[in-house]
Design a protein around this ligand. Structure first.
Ligand SMILES: Cc1cc2nc3c(=O)[nH]c(=O)nc-3n(C[C@H](O)[C@H](O)[C@H](O)COP(=O)(O)O)c2cc1C
Length: 200
């Protein structure tokens, strides 16, 4: 599928075909593509919980205020940020480059995140945002559909996925086969409302 077509046909699907199951190979391919998403300093601070177990998906639907997508979709991906990624063996983020480069990046990470929980949190949001879009566009290319979701009880979902203390949940993306087309688009704002040339 052409990239433009994937962008245009990706929609937030509300009704998934509960009989459709992705294969483990499909899930692996999707995640291999997902980790090619960009992150600042290549710190790869996202962590993904992939859920295919029906009973866990049902618990997630419950935590999502009884929305059906998690239980009916084939795969639920919970996108989380690791708040300590910046300091967890940071040389590995440039392992294929000379050690001098690795050390420069490690110092830069420390400068930016050591004293700033806000920076750590912002970075998790940015990284997971890109990863979510990669998931949804790659799913289209694989002939699948998706729904991004934040309508869930945070503490309940954290308990279900056993979220570590130094991680936070950013969102989830459900992937599967649509049983029904998405609702008609809400209506996009005109470019003139959202794009400003050279300055606001
Ligand atoms: C961060 C985020 C959270 C969302 N949460 C939900 C959700 O909990 N349930 C749902 O049905 N749709 C959810 N959506 C889907 C949006 O309603 C949908 O993306 C928006 O209406 C635009 O429609 P489209 O994605 O089909 O273009 C969410 C979307 C985003 C980006």
């Amino acid at each position: 599928m052409d990239t433009f077509d994937a962008i245009k046909t990706r929609r937030a699907v509300k009704k998934f075909d509960s009989t459709y199951k992705m294969t483990p190979e499909q899930v692996k391919s999707l995640m291999e593509l997902t980790i090619l998403s960009p992150t600042s300093y290549n710190q790869q601070n996202w962590r993904f919980v992939t859920v295919t177990d029906q009973s866990v998906k049902e618990q997630i639907s419950k935590a999502a205020r009884d929305q059906a997508q998690p239980k009916d979709g084939s795969l639920v991906i919970v996108l989380c940020g690791n708040m300590n990624a910046w300091k967890e063996d940071p040389l590995r983020y440039w392992k294929d480059h000379p050690v001098e480069k690795q050390e420069i990046v490690a110092k830069a990470l420390s400068r930016k995140y050591l004293d700033s929980p806000q920076n750590r949190r912002d970075e998790a949001m940015r990284s997971c945002g890109f990863a979510a879009q990669t998931i949804m566009l790659a799913a289209k290319q694989m002939g699948l559909d998706s729904c991004p979701m934040v309508g869930f009880e945070y503490d309940e979902l954290a308990k279900i996925i056993k979220l570590p203390e130094d991680h936070l949940i950013v969102m989830m993306v459900v992937v599967g086969k649509a049983a029904e087309p998405a609702n008609p688009r809400g209506g996009q704002l005109p470019l003139s409302d959202v794009v400003f040339e050279n300055s606001f």
